[in-house]
Design a protein around this ligand. Structure first.
Ligand code: 2HA
Ligand code: ZN
Length: 271
């Protein structure tokens, strides 16, 4: 078997956690990531029949039975992932009963998967139905996005139109818009179900006064969505309290959409 710490998926995960920590988005144990691994990804590194522990998930994920995920651990700090992946990350497989995680690697000091596993796995289920190539669900606490949830009506239309209006390319990156949930208790099946329901229509979901979720076929897509929302939110928080002289109009957004041949949420214009 090859050294799993040298696996490309491990390097990607470690680099991503490190990157997000350095952006200031993942204070303490904030944030969590899950990365769907294919059989061929793990085969050179792990024997799939060596289960270290079986951990109940507390919910059923029938469409994910037999699938492998590299996930961050509960209570673990993004800051520490790169230095000690085996303690801070784990590889789980969803067991036949659909509500047990079989630990195949990691969580070396007796830890377990992120408290937000419901939101992750329920979102994976929905995004995989939309795109069988989806692999990444990420949750983080980007500073300006969070600040913006305190001063913006928590609706998809209001939030998306404001962010689209901050810089020209936002509508190109997420023509499908931004899903928004009100404040809810985190770490529960309820917030997981609500997030997954939004993932029917959106690849990005904001949790009011908490953070954001992004989905994608790879880290570039999931992270790219989140960093573009955060860039827009940074701009908004810089200028929104100043006398506004210039705006991106609905007509201009429509022009961009036409130029890039985008199917976009036209119903989010007009305010
Ligand atoms: O894992 O971010 O939402 C820490 C969190 C919970
Ligand atoms: Zn969080």
């Amino acid at each position: 078997m090859k050294d799993i710490l040298s696996a490309p998926f491990m390097r990607e995960m470690c680099d991503m956690a490190d990157n997000m920590y350095r952006l200031g988005w993942d204070e303490r144990n904030g944030g969590n990531i899950s990365y769907l691994l294919y059989d061929e990804d793990i085969a050179p590194y792990l024997s799939a029949d060596k289960v270290i522990r079986r951990i109940p998930t507390g919910f059923s994920a029938p469409e994910l039975v037999g699938k492998y995920f590299l996930v961050t651990g509960t209570g673990k700090y993004f800051k520490n992932v790169k230095g000690d992946p085996e303690r801070n990350l784990g590889i789980i497989r969803i067991a036949e009963d659909a509500c047990t995680a079989e630990l195949l690697w990691g969580f070396s000091n007796g830890g377990r998967f992120t408290s937000e596993l419901p939101a992750h796995l329920m979102s994976h289920t929905v995004r995989l139905r939309h795109n069988p190539k989806n692999r990444v669900i990420m949750h983080t606490h980007p500073t300006a996005t969070l600040a913006m949830t305190h001063v913006t009506e928590l609706t998809e239309k209001a939030f998306t139109r404001l962010i689209w209006g901050t810089c020209t390319e936002c509508i190109v990156v997420f023509p499908d818009g931004i899903g928004v949930l009100p404040w809810m208790v985190c770490g529960t099946n309820e917030i997981g179900e609500a997030t997954a329901k939004k993932m029917e229509d959106y690849r990005i979901v904001i949790w009011g006064m908490h953070g954001i979720y992004g989905a994608g076929v790879d880290f570039d897509e999931a992270f790219g969505l989140i960093e573009t929302v955060e860039k827009g939110a940074q701009l908004y928080m810089m200028y929104s309290h100043l006398p506004i002289v210039n705006r991106i109009t609905d007509e201009q957004l429509d022009e961009v959409a036409k130029a890039f041949h985008l199917e976009y949420r036209k119903d989010f214009l007009g305010q």
